[in-house]
Design a protein around this ligand. Sequence first.
Ligand code: ZN
Ligand code: ZN
Length: 179
Amino acid sequence: MFIGLHELELHPVRFKVEIPAGQIEYDSKLTQASDLRAEGTAQLLNHSLGEIRVQGRLNVTVEATCDRCLEPARFPIENKFDLVYMPASTTNAGGEAEIDEAGVEVGYYEGNGLTLNDVLREVVLLAIPMQLVCSEECKGICPVCGQNRNQRECGCHEEAFDDRWSKLKTFRAELGPHN
Ligand SMILES: [Zn+2]
Ligand SMILES: [Zn+2]
């Protein structure tokens, strides 16, 4: 769906979409694992500056690789969003965007409007957590043998742990009886 400036000059544009997986390209480590549902409104904030504000809510499940165990994991996203887009051409002349509202993300568009899918991609990328883990309890991969410790305890991490303790004990012994 394309949200054109000409239409926005007449009235706010409402949208309600259901986008199947595969239509929006995210970054390389993220894929869409459910339909993406979004609804909201786009409106011109200031006719002379061409600022477009897009507000709404979005609902989707994405799949990414867990940062700890490297297995695929699903992340449901249910998010309200509020983005402001400025025409790319005004940014050079006007310097920093004059939008002080806290929590509003500012993006840029070129030409005579916005593609809704681009907006929704940005909302998803902003909503995913910095660290993607399949669960808080994920034990990750053994640094020694590479075993996924959620599937099987390999046992070798305990040796490494013991080793660290024995070094510390030696160190403390060297410090003498005052410690
Ligand atoms: Zn994991
Ligand atoms: Zn191991």
